[in-house]
Design a protein around this ligand. Structure first.
Ligand SMILES: NC(=O)C1=CN([C@@H]2O[C@H](COP(=O)(O)OP(=O)(O)OC[C@H]3O[C@@H](n4cnc5c(N)ncnc54)[C@H](OP(=O)(O)O)[C@@H]3O)[C@@H](O)[C@H]2O)C=CC1
Ligand SMILES: CC(=O)N[C@@H](CCC(=O)OP(=O)(O)O)C(=O)O
Length: 317
């Protein structure tokens, strides 16, 4: 069986990476748009409707425009943008989210893939909310360190142009506390209050880690770091792209530094529970690490396609 696949936004950061994944596949026929027609609405509509699966690797407004062009009921859209992640009628493209999500993605024709920061945040916290360890009313904060490819072509060009000394140091941003991932972070963890979320972009191409500090007193009374880790491990049992690391991961603690880039070029997410050796301070630090262009974007999009087509087990991602 061969599936026709079109990538709208094929020259962008996410689109190019999806093409690299698709190039390795015998079961995919890639539909390509001529370079000079990349933004021609008629030609885009023709290819979108000719596809079994169409990836939208576009700015939000262009994604909404593309979604409105679909008249073929068989075309499945997988949107990498922020446009549809909390919109009714769209299924969140994170198979590991909860029981039943894989089946929902299999059945859906409109799949909205998570943002890179949001993927890590949701995967770290959703199991704790589901297990009743963290109340849906909890007030949480999160920091994310990300490579500059998360900002797409324009940010990559800014960093790669060189010459601006300010870009050498990490740069906190979204300081208005209204980052565009907050709605999906709330909707898909079940948290009723937006986290205080501070992302930081650094002078490296890709790799991302979200950190969520928690006092044990914020969790269900009597909760221990081991129980937190157990809840995560139980939630992701059998998930091949999620690794729940040993408590206070001994390998990471050896030299005391965390490697934000260690999931690069994979579709993996590593989740950690750190804390003091004797638990006396009653605090933990949850961390989730991924490749922002892998499980944070293109890898996740291809995984969602595989789940939708029912070829997840047999083919690549
Ligand atoms: N980079 C990342 O880590 C992640 C990105 N995303 C999301 O994925 C989407 C794509 O991001 P990314 O690949 O980084 O962005 P880029 O800026 O790298 O690429 C976007 C592409 O869309 C094209 N484009 C813009 N408007 C139109 C239009 N009207 N019709 C057709 N093509 C158009 C651009 O064309 P041109 O080349 O002419 O500018 C460009 O090639 C965004 O919504 C982004 O937020 C999601 C997860 C992670
Ligand atoms: C470094 C940087 O700017 N990163 C982007 C996130 C990229 C991403 O995953 O977001 P979307 O899929 O929602 O666009 C940001 O924080 O806005």
């Amino acid at each position: 069986m061969t599936y026709a696949v079109f990538v709208d936004g094929q020259e962008g950061t996410t689109g190019l990476r999806i093409h690299e994944y698709l190039a390795q596949r015998q079961d995919i026929e890639v539909l390509r748009i001529d370079a000079d027609k990349r933004k021609d609405a008629t030609e885009r509509a023709r290819l979108l409707n000719a596809a079994d699966v169409a990836f939208l690797c576009l700015p939000d407004a262009a994604s909404r425009e593309a979604a409105a062009m679909i008249s073929n009921p068989n075309t499945c859209l997988i949107d990498a943008s922020t446009a549809h992640r909390t919109v009714p009628g769209w299924t969140f493209g994170l198979p590991e989210l909860c029981k039943g999500q894989r089946e929902a993605i299999r059945a859906a024709k409109r799949i909205a893939n998570p943002g890179c920061h949001a993927s890590a945040f949701i995967l770290a916290l959703r199991p704790l909310v589901d297990a009743g360890l963290l109340s849906a009313e909890a007030l949480v904060s999160a920091t994310s360190i990300t490579g500059y490819s998360g900002g797409g072509k324009s940010m990559i060009a800014e960093y790669e142009a060189g010459g601006d000394a300010r870009l050498q140091a990490p740069r906190p941003y979204a300081l208005g506390l209204t980052h565009k991932h907050l709605p999906e972070m709330m909707a898909h963890t079940g948290l009723r209050h937006a986290p205080v979320f501070q992302p930081i972009v650094g002078n490296f191409y890709k790799g991302l880690a979200v950190s969520v500090p928690l006092h044990l007193s914020q969790l269900r009374a009597g909760s221990t770091p081991a129980q937190v880790r157990e809840a995560l491990a139980a939630h992701y049992e059998g998930e091949r792209f999620i690794r729940v690391m040993p408590l206070r991961d001994p390998a990471t603690l050896e030299d005391g530094f965390f490697d934000v880039q260690a999931c690069n070029d994979t579709n993996r997410v590593d989740i950690f529970v750190f804390g003091s050796p004797d638990d006396k301070p009653g605090q933990i630090l949850l961390m989730a690490r991924l490749d922002n262009l892998g499980k944070g974007a293109s890898g996740a999009a291809v995984q969602a396609m595989n789940v939708h087509l029912g070829v997840e087990e047999s083919l690549g991602l």
